[in-house]
Design a protein around this ligand. Structure first.
Ligand code: DX5
Ligand code: ZN
Length: 219
């Protein structure tokens, strides 16, 4: 798959309505929502009131990335707010298998995000149960950081694991994605590219989405 998921984190929240409208009218596939608690990551983003507003107006599937400790406490609430994908961090879940079952039971696609230092091999016994792996290509917490090149190797390793375990999981890349690396990431095996600063940090958001989507879908 070749999907683009703009990340709202870098958007101008004063103009949320306009931003969502641009995304709705664009070839973006999903909208990526970063939830940060100031504990798992050294930053706080936004919570349920913003999510409610987004759900009301956004016509794209909502891809929720939980950068929070004890995600189980809030999973049903995120499902209520219309999440189609919920990714929890491997590093934040003691009983990851239970958490994944919990997400699945709410008819939401479960995903697991891993930090740059976390080996993809640790997913060996969960990969068949999940629909998405979010490979962090920056240390989570902030938009606009530099892409970590080791991610290419991790995509290849993850692709092999997915094939070996007969998993249907999509490979999502999150952090530092732009028009210069998008095509190479897809060619290496990525399915979904998250893009924050390279979309919402640009003057012409619609054009930025078009350009990224063009890079991703290039034959
Ligand atoms: C980082 C978040 C990302 C972030 C990506 O912790 O998980 O989704 O929005 O932003 P860029 O694309 O600017 O690196
Ligand atoms: Zn994210």
């Amino acid at each position: 798959m070749k999907l683009l998921a703009p990340s709202l984190l870098s958007a101008d929240f004063v103009n949320l309505n306009l931003v969502i409208q641009i995304v709705n009218e664009s070839p973006a596939d999903w909208l990526h929502l970063d939830i940060m608690d100031g504990v798992f990551v050294p930053n706080i983003s936004f919570g349920f009131p913003v999510l409610a507003a987004v759900q009301k107006h956004c016509q794209k599937p909502l891809d929720v990335h939980l950068m929070i400790v004890e995600p189980d406490r809030y999973i049903s609430k995120f499902a209520e707010y219309g999440a189609q994908y919920i990714s929890v961090h491997y590093e934040a879940c003691i009983h990851l298998h239970r958490t994944i079952q919990n997400i699945r039971s709410l008819n939401v696609h479960p995903g697991v995000a891993i930090n740059p230092h976390t080996s993809v091999h640790l997913l060996e016994d969960i990969i068949a149960d999940i629909d998405l792996v979010c490979l962090m290509s920056v240390n989570p917490g902030f938009g606009g950081q530099k892409f970590i090149d080791n991610t290419y190797k991790k995509i290849e390793q993850l692709k092999n694991l997915i094939i070996q375990k007969n998993s249907k999981a999509l490979i999502e890349i999150d952090g530092g994605v732009d028009v210069y690396n998008a095509q190479a990431l897809i060619k290496t095996g990525a399915d979904v590219l998250v893009a924050g600063n390279s979309v919402f940090g640009q003057k012409d958001i619609a054009r930025a989405i078009h350009q990224l989507k063009e890079e991703i879908t290039k034959p």
